[in-house]
Ligand binder design. Structure first.
Ligand SMILES: *Cc1c(COP(=O)(O)O)cnc(C)c1O
Length: 225
């Protein structure tokens, strides 16, 4: 069987099994294929199996691949899952359908301006630094309620969910549980959490979007930034 299709089917099987175990509908878990570092050929193989939801973590890299692919396959849904600088907000709004990484007022403000200017409404997530790691992006768990409210009130942004990347050496479940708790407090229904190694745990704690690279594409050629 075609390798891309086989990896997709294996991943969907894992999703299905994890959802079943907690009596969730498999369709409520949306799979984002994280294509960072992979070229158009590998991406197109997956698109041709019928998969249309993709994620990238760097805007410049995404700009080199996705405008052409989006033109060829207009139903692609593209997710920005990496850090966003304010001078890239314009490009992000132009290219992405969903942005997972809002984490400070400046970004919220420039995104709101660009969305207004371009007449585009990407779906928006706030990134939470659940492990409070100094080098990692995201608002601290203690600040997330205030920050989301500020996005809503000051910038009229319709935040639909929260996203996290647990510390690599930690057991991920407590981080997923914390993210779910914060989302519930805020009345947010979407949770972007879980990657190749831990998405079952994320699904069991309520993930609605899982971000999966390696399980779908194999090892990355270069280290992610
Ligand atoms: C690269 C990346 C992923 C995918 O990681 P895998 O372990 O390859 O599944 C998920 N989320 C973010 C934010 C990433 O940068």
């Amino acid at each position: 069987m075609d390798l891309a299709l086989e990896r997709l089917q294996n991943t969907l099987k894992r999703v299905n099994k994890a959802a079943k175990e907690v009596h969730r509908d498999f369709k409520d878990v949306k799979l984002i294929a994280v294509s960072k570092t992979h070229g158009e050929a590998a991406i197109e193989k997956l698109i041709e199996t019928g998969h249309l939801r993709f994620g990238e973590n760097r805007i410049q890299e995404a700009q080199s691949k996705w405008p052409q692919l989006k033109e060829k396959y207009p139903n692609i849904e593209l997710h920005l899952i990496g850090p966003l600088q304010s001078n890239k907000a314009k490009d992000a709004v132009a290219l992405f359908d969903v942005i997972h990484t809002i984490d400070r007022s400046k970004i919220a403000m420039v995104l709101a301006e660009e969305m207004e200017k371009q007449g585009k409404r990407p779906k928006l997530f706030v990134q939470v630094n659940t492990g409070e790691e100094p080098q990692k992006a995201g608002v601290s768990p203690d600040e997330v309620v205030n920050f989301v409210n500020q996005c809503r009130e000051d910038y009229r942004l319709d935040i639909t969910g929260l996203m996290c990347i647990p510390p690599v050496d930690d057991e991920p479940s407590p981080h997923f549980a914390l993210l779910a708790k914060k989302a519930k407090q805020l009345g947010l229904s979407d949770l972007s959490m879980g990657m190749s190694k831990d998405f079952e745990a994320a699904i069991q704690l309520g993930a609605t979007y899982i971000r999966v690279g390696t399980a779908l594409f194999g090892d990355r050629n270069t280290k992610p930034v």
